[in-house]
Design a binder for this molecule. Structure first.
Ligand SMILES: Nc1nc2c(c(=O)[nH]1)N[C@H]1C(S)=C(S)[C@@H](COP(=O)(O)O)O[C@H]1N2
Ligand SMILES: [Mo]
Length: 524
């Protein structure tokens, strides 16, 4: 056992150094071709929907680091096996490492936007990993006290002549340890440099976004200042929820980026970022929601978007023909999201956004351009890192989520959330309030929010300011908290008198429904 542990470690260290080198090389060429990221994205693609749902629910936005972590852990176990095998047969151990990297190369080349050059980071990974393994083996053999390798197959022995008996065991162990340690540090430095370079290659902050033709006035003051705990009326970019299938953030150079509008249109057009920024820009306050948001969940946010109306883009392409029934959007990496054409063009402010809350889109939220369509869940509307809009039919093309049996039409269900007090919070007795947010896009927006305490009568809450029907509203209800346990619920009523349903539905396939209810304890 004692003998074997170092060999397993050799395999792991060699793999880490190789991966770090591959990651660095990828950061210079095409970050998505990094062996770690390529394999990670593939794993996400192959993960069954229920498991993905569970990961999002359980880990929230940490679902990606956790997936990357699991992939790495699995790879390292195999790397350890490779190291153990190396003790007897170097060629076999190195072969396992190369095979492992081969899987990464295969996934990197299998990405939709892949080029032949995307194999380079994997090649570098393989070469560096095998070289590191050879170095470790050489150091180990060179410092062994006994000259004779244990293998009974002489032709497989490493050719180095060991230094017989001259090195004391402690010094020998130290040499091996120092070498392995140095290699591990090298791995971290290479991988870290890769990350850093990837980060520096696009800086949305460096991109200027022209003003809208008719800029919106400042948003009215929200309730958050006076009613602590209520979600801000406008969510700052850094706090905005993020949901997507990606592990990394795409690195897009604005100068290389284009948007192609094609398919059933008068003429295909290819627009650069500057072309779009030179069009008439509009500004809209729109609330975005994820279909995976459970009742009371965090995947909803309000922001001010600036960009061009979809209607203007389609007009630029000579209008839509009579065949298309879906707007099929593709992102920079081939991920697809489709919107029923009828919904996208029914007069709502469907737009291609290039700014969020007054700044270029953050990378996490689709830099340099994304779709935003009021009233539709993000998975059928909000394509980030968009590169192509194709006017086509559902008979011809199936988008990513549809292939996974999520709904084709998914209007956002009207809903509301209690932000404060929080579930199971211990509240001080006396005058306080219940507060939160509510959204009911289309159908006249939020008309009313009601709160129920301990199953009693539904009481009308006071509403915060409005920023239009596509935007959520904050609300609060003064509450005299009496000591004991209490149950709080809320519901929204839209402009057409539709009341949020108590009927529970899971997020799959078309969004959760039900009433947000929570329990609090008032101290006594
Ligand atoms: N390219 C791309 N766009 C995407 C997604 C994605 O996985 N890839 N996820 C969609 C989903 S499911 C949602 S809810 C919204 C979330 O947008 P946000 O992360 O900016 O909040 O983006 C949408 N756009
Ligand atoms: Mo979503």
């Amino acid at each position: 056992m004692k003998q074997r542990l170092p060999w397993a470690a050799f395999g792991v260290v060699a793999t880490l150094v190789g991966t770090g080198a591959g990651h660095l090389v990828a950061s210079l060429l095409e970050p998505a071709s990094s062996p770690v990221l390529a394999v990670g994205s593939q794993v996400i693609d192959l993960t069954p929907v229920p498991m993905k749902e569970w990961a999002i629910r359980t880990f929230g936005t940490a679902d990606k680091p956790i997936l990357i972590g699991s992939v790495l852990a699995g790879v390292l176990v195999l790397a350890a096996v490779a190291g153990l095998v190396t003790r007897r047969r170097f060629v076999l151990g190195a072969g396992i490492l190369v095979a492992l990297v081969g899987i990464a190369a295969f996934t990197a080349l299998n990405r939709p936007a892949a080029e032949v050059a995307d194999v380079v980071p994997s090649l570098v990974t393989a070469v560096v990993a095998v070289a590191a393994l050879a170095l470790l083996v050489r150091v180990e053999r060179a410092t062994r006290p006994d000259a004779v390798p244990t293998s009974d197959a002489p032709h497989l022995r490493l050719t180095d002549a060991p230094v017989a008996g001259s090195v004391p065991p402690a010094a020998r162990r130290r040499t091996v340890l120092v070498t392995a340690g140095l290699l591990t540090v090298t791995a971290a430095v290479l991988g870290g440099a890769g990350r850093l370079i990837t980060g520096l290659r696009t800086r949305p902050a460096d991109v200027d976004i022209p003003a809208a033709l008719r800029p919106l006035g400042p948003l009215p003051q929200g309730l958050e200042g006076r009613y602590d705990g209520i979600t801000p009326f406008q969510v700052p970019n850094r706090d905005f929820y993020r949901v997507d299938t990606r592990l990394d953030v795409p690195i897009i150079d604005v100068d290389d980026w284009t948007l192609t509008i094609k398919g059933d249109v008068g003429r295909e057009v290819v627009l650069t970022f500057d072309d779009i920024a030179a069009m008439e820009l509009v500004e809209r306050d729109i609330t975005l929601t994820c279909v995976s948001n459970s009742v009371g969940g965090p995947y909803v946010g309000g922001a001010r978007w600036r960009g061009v109306l979809l209607a203007d883009l389609l007009a630029l392409a000579g209008g839509v023909g009579s065949v298309a029934d879906q707007l099929f959007c593709t992102d920079v990496d081939g991920m697809t999201i489709s919107t029923p054409l009828e919904l996208a063009t029914d007069g709502r402010d469907a737009m291609l956004a290039i700014a969020m809350n007054g700044e270029a889109l953050p990378r996490e939220h689709g830099f340099p351009a994304r779709m935003v369509i009021p009233g539709l869940y993000g998975f059928i509307s909000a394509t980030k890192w968009i590169t192509t809009m194709e006017l086509t039919t559902y008979a011809q093309k199936t988008s990513y989520w549809e292939e996974r049996e999520w709904a084709t039409e998914a209007p956002i269900k009207i809903s509301s959330r209690i932000d404060t007090p929080r579930a199971l919070e211990e509240v001080e007795p006396g005058e306080t309030f219940v507060g939160g947010i509510a959204w009911a896009q289309q159908n006249g927006g939020v008309a009313k929010v009601q709160v129920q305490v301990d199953g009693g009568a539904w009481q009308d809450a006071r509403l915060g300011p409005t920023a239009g029907n596509d935007y959520w509203r904050q609300w609060y209800l003064p509450w005299t908290a009496e000591s004991g346990a209490h149950t709080l619920s809320c519901r929204v009523v839209d402009g057409k008198g539709n009341t949020q349903t108590p009927a529970r539905a899971n997020p799959f396939p078309s969004g959760a429904s039900g009433i947000h209810t929570l329990r609090v304890t008032v101290a006594g």
